[in-house]
Design a binder for this molecule. Sequence first.
Ligand code: FE2
Ligand code: FE2
Length: 187
Amino acid sequence: MKSIDIIHAEHRALASVLQALRSVVTEIRAGKLQPDFRLLSAMIDYITQLPEKVHHPKEDQLLFPKLRSRSAKAAELIAILEEQHLEGYRMTVALMQSLIHYQSMGSAGFAAFDALVQQYLDFNWKHLNLEEKELLPIAREALSADDWKELDAAFSANADPFSGAKGEFDALFKKIVQLTPAPYGLG
Ligand SMILES: [Fe+2]
Ligand SMILES: [Fe+2]
């Protein structure tokens, strides 16, 4: 089940950037860190683009349709997850707008940005948990060996941020790690 490994790996990459974002925003709120807008915009770019271009296509176009055809129980859950993909994208666009506002307003713009970040973090943990704890267990049960073979082949053909083909996201991830202060990054 290479497909499940790829989904886990992409979730981990997203979660580590979200964790770093949480830590950076907490430090700014505590007055321990000056905002680094290059870092914040790289983080928001990553959590917008990686799901949109790499991760959600695998779920929306490959895993979900296959699983929906095999399990009525999964179908209900998938409808919720698909709606969350759309909502998540809208939230990341709002986050980037809020960041631009924060950058132009200075510290007066922080509270609104902070509130959106917290809202997004909460939303996204719930989404990842729903997929990891509810959807993937159903998939493991409901899909046959042939289904997995088909999905694994389709996933391999899809963009993978950890292969050379998606060096763009690899480079962005490295940049985030370089700019993020320890202990979450190397900065
Ligand atoms: Fe998802
Ligand atoms: Fe996912």
